[in-house]
Write a protein that binds this ligand. Sequence first.
Ligand code: ADP
Ligand code: MG
Length: 697
Amino acid sequence: MSSFFDTKVDYLKGVGERTAKSLKAELGIATYGDLLQYYPFRHEDRSQFHRIAEVYEEMPYIQVIGKIARAEMIGEGHKKRLVATFQDESGEIELVWFQGAQWILEKLKTNVDYIAFGKPNRFGQKYSIAHPEMEVFVPQHSEAKPLQPVYNTTEKLKRSRIDSRAIARMQQRLLPLAYPKITETLPEDLIDRYKLMAKRDAMMAIHFPENVNVLETARFRLKFEELFYIQLRLLKLKLTKISKSAGQVLRDTRYVHQFYEKHLPFDLTNAQKRVIREIFEDLRSGRQMNRLLQGDVGSGKTIVAFICMLIAIGSGAQVGMMAPTEILAEQHYRGLKDFAEQLGLNLALLTGSTRKKKRSEIDEMLLNGELHILVGTHALLEEHVQFQNLGLSIVDEQHRFGVAQRAKLWNKNDQFDPHVLVMTATPIPRTLAMTLYGDLDVSVIDELPAGRKPIKTVHRFEKHRLRVFGFIREQVNGGRQVYIVYPLIEESEKLDLKHLQDGYEAISRAFPDVPVSVVHGRQRPADKDFEMQRFVKGETKIMIATTVIEVGVNVPNASVMIIENADRFGLAQLHQLRGRVGRGADQSYCILLTEYKISRDSKLRLQTMVRTTDGFEIAETDLKLRGPGDIEGTQQSGVMDLLVADLSKDGKILQEARNAASEILEADPQLTLEQHRPILQQINSLKKETVNWSKIS
Ligand code: ADP
Ligand code: MG
């Protein structure tokens, strides 16, 4: 269906070949459809005019009406500029152009009323506007559309005079032609129920709204549609998975009862119980489970995983559990070993450093069904690892694994795809989770075990270092252990390692009697493990490290986390690091050290850390500060390609859109009903999505 929207922008009146080329190169706009969907990022209220005498420096963008009294070129070389004096009856202001000055000088007329639009600045006693937008004042015309669209352009485009104004003019020409061709993309009942503006009206109004309310209604409609189709796709994917993959029925609770009655070391939290129920339900449903288990650090995911394993094992199936590093795999292994032994279950650890002999022993016990639980790293994915009957795959800290890697664990059972439980300690805001993992069911442990003392967090400057050292001394004398973490990024790796080395020397001088471990990514794995183990066993009291200790490491006796150059870490990382302490009964502390001068965003991050220990709140703030693009896992997910919706702000719309999609699929899974025809059409056009415009027609 080659259509109007495929038309090359060159065909639009006033758009020449050169302009078309620049639009394509700079903004990716090639067709009418692309242009229509190039939405303004904000609107300016052009209904207000100011008298020049009222202008002051702090004003945002303003517009004044007046005449050019005189204009002249001033200065030499790159300082050469055009300065015009602009007057109304109340006073005068300077207008200044550095670029394209000559061209503008030739175009400016005296004795004509202009609207000058821009941001006022002050130089000494004079006010000026640099690079104002100039428009000849025509009274009725300027009143008609008070809200003017503002489009992003680039420096290069501006130099060829394709500024926001120019794009607005193109839209103004194109929209009336396009209007009758834009068809509705949502079914009528949705439009009625959510009071959505018609598609074509929304397309019109998002560029040229009559007023702020109309603009909001248009944006709501387009956001709703965008999020609706994302959710519909994810939910459909989930449906297909369910109907395709029968799941092994796992329902035998004998080990679970035995464990609850005799060995459970503490009362489970309500959140743990709820999550276990949700998982049990999946396991006995006869459908394959694909579930994400989210729980902040320390929320007790391990025991939940273990209890779920017991259902699988009781029902005659085996369990594989995969962690991203050897240290973590080992830690899981040790954590599960006591439990497993109490129940007489066999457990093994498989990593890259497992000896060949042990390896073949494991292979054999896996095949004959003697081995109940295999914990390991991605070594689990190797060909030779063949289970007799893998019933449940658990993946810990999934953000370290690629999707493709995870998929491999699904394939270790010929008869049934194993049930999959993905565990993550990275709190993901609901809106993102729904989009990133929209095809998974999500369970959340949103409660910490009782009796935990919240970690006390403070922000300290470099000049407080001696006092911080005093505090370390106090804690170490009290028998506690301390982490000191340094940033390490590739671009400045040499310098970062030197800081860590300097830090180590300073600590060794200040605490000559205290054994210290050093761990960083440039060590040989064996050395790293050795140092790590010394700290885990309590032989060393202070651990100086880079972020290699970030994920999952559990030393309950450690009570202080000191983060050097804390301003260089992201919020998610700071939160993960802090989660390394506060695991025992003692009061724990997190000290964020920085120089005195840090950026505004850094300050906001540190303030957030000091204010709260709630991982979800932190994740929400992170999302607001950085946008979804920088949050781990979003890059591949397509959430970056959103045209109007913003996951950090539109959570409510997302929820509504998801509910709507879910209801529709429930009533009509194949979308065969007549009333859902617009959806099918839209899905089909979204499929050939190589060109963006198909979202429109
Ligand atoms: P994470 O969710 O970070 O993996 P863990 O499973 O490692 O958390 O649990 C952290 C600590 O809390 C462990 O020492 C564990 O034994 C303990 N724990 C877990 N659940 C409870 C509970 N309900 N009550 C008391 N302690 C618990
Ligand atoms: Mg854990």
